[in-house]
Write a protein that binds this ligand. Structure first.
Ligand SMILES: *Cc1c(COP(=O)(O)O)cnc(C)c1O
Length: 429
């Protein structure tokens, strides 16, 4: 008998893959005991203020009593039931909420289990839409450089080939078309010549393109780029004129993060297809949805085989739907707009001094998103230890140090968070 206590952190190190790490020589990870509100409590008892919302997700903070209660109540009825041939109230309630909340044109909801899958579903919808119209050769996508849409094969094919982290697989991916990254400051005037690159590549390949897919206004994991709403308007106009669908990936931006319920609203743009995920369940569990308009649904139904060829095992999982229902209730009954505005103002003031530093290329804030772009990449293990020793949880990537705290974060917590970031950035050279 081995009476050594089980060293589970060592076991993690030896056997478990974490995101984007070496399988045998991973960076150290910090063991978490629990999380509540905006506080993450480590196994050693240390408390960290959360600056990440667990990657755009935990908008109401952790361990929220209303979300907890919704999951408990649903658990008493059923945790899961197949969605083929059956339905349930949590799914229908949630679908209605999503349809009521989003652009009036969006009428049909497809539930899936993660953001990447919701992107696959959106891309399949667009291909099937074109095929149903008798244009099966229109099966390519036009997207923007600097974008990120997930880690599965279809989604990878529309990620930025360089910053999208999937360059290694490029020979195995479908070839898509990339327009230059839009860079006009969202708060300044828009220079329409910025759209020329898009028009050029779009017109060259129009006979092959079924849809444009993009992240509206904020490009997330591909580089945290913010762009002008007039650019998005121009894309919508182009798609309408040329019979190409517009897919907006609101997985990161949806549910208030940019100051609007959906970032497309900054441009007053109605998409043909929309993907949501991440904060849909308030960051509790994995659920995503793809919404489409009546024309896409009708065209797919009228074509061959008349059905949409997709159906995940855990489609519309009742626990996840009940949790998402509760999360949207919490969001809508809160003053989220003013809260996001408060965070935006705070981040603008608090992060501004960083722009004076020689190591800092740019500081930008939009909604509850603050970004400090450096000239050179950070040493991730080192800077992670420093953030933790200052009592905050911040997870930079490459040259980007960014904050997107839960909407419930208090000013005194923001103060600790931003002060730690500034202090650590000042030590970089
Ligand atoms: C995170 C993300 C995805 C992928 O979602 P997963 O749930 O990680 O599969 C897709 N698009 C955008 C814009 C994202 O931020």
């Amino acid at each position: 008998m081995n009476n050594e206590p089980f060293d589970w952190v060592q076991y993690d190190h030896d056997h478990i893959w974490h995101p984007y790490t070496s399988p045998v020589n991973p960076h150290p990870v910090f063991p978490v005991k629990s999380a509540s509100g905006c506080t993450i409590t480590l196994e050693n008892g240390q408390n960290l203020i959360d600056g990440m919302s667990s990657w755009w997700s935990a908008i109401h903070g952790y361990n929220h009593p209303v979300l907890n209660a919704a999951i408990r109540a649903q658990l008493e009825d059923m945790a899961h039931i197949m969605f083929g041939g059956l339905t349930h109230k949590p799914a229908v309630t949630l679908a209605k909420k999503l349809i009521d909340l989003s652009s009036p044109a969006l009428k049909h909801v497809f539930f899936s289990d993660s953001g990447s899958v919701s992107v696959e579903v959106a891309m399949k919808m667009a291909i099937q839409w074109a095929a149903s119209k008798g244009q099966p050769s229109k099966n390519k996508f036009l997207t923007l450089e600097g974008g990120y849409h997930g880690d599965t094969f279809g989604a990878m094919s529309v990620c930025d080939p360089v910053t999208g982290m999937h360059g290694l697989y490029s020979n195995a991916l479908a070839k898509q078309f990339f327009a230059p990254k839009p860079v006009n400051d969202p708060n300044g005037d828009w220079d329409p010549s910025e759209f020329d690159g898009f028009t050029k590549i779009a017109e060259q390949h129009l006979h092959e393109i079924c849809a444009v897919i993009l992240e509206p206004i904020v490009q997330g994991a591909g580089g945290m780029n913010f762009y002008h709403s007039d650019y998005l308007k121009a894309v919508r106009h182009f798609c309408t004129e040329n019979n190409v669908l517009l897919i907006v990936d609101e997985i990161a931006t949806g549910f208030g993060r940019t100051g609007r319920m959906f970032a497309s609203e900054h441009a007053g743009v109605s998409p043909d297809i929309m993907c949501v995920g991440k904060s849909l369940t308030g960051g509790y569990m994995s659920l995503a949805a793809t919404l489409c308009n009546q024309e896409v649904a009708d065209t797919i139904a009228d074509g061959h085989p008349g059905v949409f060829m997709h159906g995940p095992t855990f489609m519309a999982n009742p626990l996840a739907c009940a949790c998402a229902d509760a999360s949207l209730e919490v969001l809508l009954s809160s003053d989220w707009q003013n809260n996001v505005l408060r965070i935006e103002k705070f981040l603008k003031t608090a992060l501004q001094p960083a722009s004076e530093l020689t190591t800092v290329k740019n500081v930008r804030v939009l909604g509850a998103i603050g970004v400090i772009e450096l000239f050179s990449p950070v040493d991730l293990p080192k800077i992670s230890r420093e953030f933790v020793s200052h009592g905050v949880w911040v997870r930079p990537f490459g040259k980007l140090i960014y904050l997107m705290p839960p909407y419930i974060i208090r000013d005194d917590e923001l103060e600790i968070l931003t002060r730690a970031v500034l202090k650590i950035i000042r030590t970089l050279s």
